[in-house]
Design a protein around this ligand. Structure first.
Ligand code: PLP
Length: 408
């Protein structure tokens, strides 16, 4: 299996070079934002209680705004998860009788009860917010249908989810996001464009705010936390919308002024500093896994030489046992809980049983090497993350061995 890995590394070496170049550009972005905002030792200080005048927290938000070339940012450890930040953004922007439209098909599983696709007495629907959806066609936006819809309906907010979630579609590249936003802004300039950017940050050199998105959301236990931030999420974008999100996360009248950083500022800054490199390592691990598994005749998406929009690698097993075995292999070669056996189980917010290999320093962190998938056909493994290439490579080699019951 080591020979196959070496053979694949030779095959994919130009991809690795490409990732190195992207990493350099994103590192420059991060460092320039640190320099511009004079990030200093004093910003590692913390507040507790109400969290008034948290200099570090406020500086982090300026740094995020600069990296995203956006007007404002809300970067908080009071966000439980990426889904929570998405929920805050939706409730902040939408009012009774408003219409929300998803143009990337069915949104991420955890948003179903938030929107009211699945009944919940606290959903947006329960407040009278309407929802509609336009599916992707051939993994691209249905541009004609979107244009026609916007000409005939007053849409308050459009949601675009870039990463595939637990679907079988491809993730959406920044070029496609740019093209569809140009169309939306031409037909319906007042419609708010919100992008779920989970898993996509720093995969290329442009973020959605640079191509016209009004508001962009992601998790800190994914790409931008660099494996160091222990929780939290971010929202960046237009100043007026980020203000609304602040008022919704805390309370009307206090908004972004409150929220103690509780000793997280140093980790959030350090994680962001490492993020370009960690995303690069994740891309390398994903590309290696893709090449090796394809050589062994497994069905993979993306292929090693495809353009990537996120750090997620799919292996389409078409077999429940193979999915479980691969995840168990990843778990056994994780730094934490390597002795634990991963089994499928029910998860809050998800409809099917899910198997999750997550031997991580942070619970649920998926910028650390992790592999999971819902127990439903076609039994797809969603592998992502890898703090270093070497640890990722070791785990992938051994997960494949577990699959094939290979010896050395
Ligand atoms: C991970 C993810 C989220 C948020 O998930 P959390 O586990 O709540 O942080 C939302 N959308 C997509 C597409 C994701 O991949």
């Amino acid at each position: 299996m080591h020979n196959l890995a070496t053979e694949c590394e030779e095959l994919i070496k130009d991809k690795f070079k490409e990732y190195d170049e992207i990493c350099l550009i994103n590192s420059e972005k991060v460092l320039n934002a640190f320099r511009k905002n004079a990030v200093s030792f004093i910003h590692f200080n913390s507040t507790n209680g109400y969290g008034y005048d948290d200099l570090g927290r406020d500086t982090i938000e300026k740094v995020y705004a600069d990296i995203f070339k956006s007007e404002d940012a809300l970067v908080r450890n009071q966000f439980i998860s990426g889904s929570h930040a998405l929920t805050v953004a939706l409730f902040a922007c939408l009012r009774p009788n408003d219409l929300m439209l998803s143009i990337s098909g069915l949104p991420y599983d955890t948003l179903h009860e938030v929107i009211g696709i699945k009944n919940n007495p606290s959903s947006l629907e329960s407040f009278g917010v309407k929802y509609d959806q336009i599916d992707l066609v051939n993994d691209d936006f249905d541009y004609a249908k979107i244009e026609n819809y916007l000409n005939n309906n007053k849409v308050k907010l459009i949601e675009i989810q870039r990463s595939k979630g637990y679907s079988t579609r491809k993730s959406i590249t920044i070029d496609k996001v740019e093209k569809v936003i140009a169309l939306i802004k031409k037909v319906s300039p007042d419609t708010i464009v919100m992008v779920d950017n989970c898993y996509c940050e720093f995969v290329t050199t442009k973020e959605p705010t640079e191509v016209g998105a009004d508001i962009v959301v992601g998790s800190l236990i994914k790409n931008l936390g660099g494996g160091i931030a222990q929780n939290g999420a971010y929202i960046v974008g237009r100043h007026d919308l980020v203000e609304l999100c602040g008022e919704r996360l805390t309370l009307p009248g206090e908004g972004k002024e409150v929220g103690p950083s509780l000793n997280s500022n140093r980790e959030v800054l350090m994680g962001l500093f490492h993020a370009p490199e960690v995303v690069k390592n994740s891309l390398k691990v994903a590309t290696l896994a893709s090449a090796m598994l394809e050589k062994l005749n497994y069905n993979v998406e993306p292929k090693w030489n495809d353009e990537r929009a996120d750090i997620v690698q799919n292996i389409i097993f078409n077999d429940e046992n193979l999915l479980i075995k691969y995840c168990q292999g990843i778990q056994a070669y994780s730094p934490i809980d390597s002795q634990a056996m991963a089994y499928p189980s029910d998860m809050p917010g998800y409809d099917d049983k899910v198997i999750m290999a997550a031997g991580a320093f942070t619970q649920g962190s998926s910028i650390e090497l992790s592999c999971d998938g819902p127990l439903r056909p076609p039994y797809i493994a969603y592998q992502q993350g890898g703090l270093t290439y070497e640890y990722g490579k070791i785990a992938v080699i051994n997960a494949i061995k577990n699959l094939e019951n290979y010896g050395e």
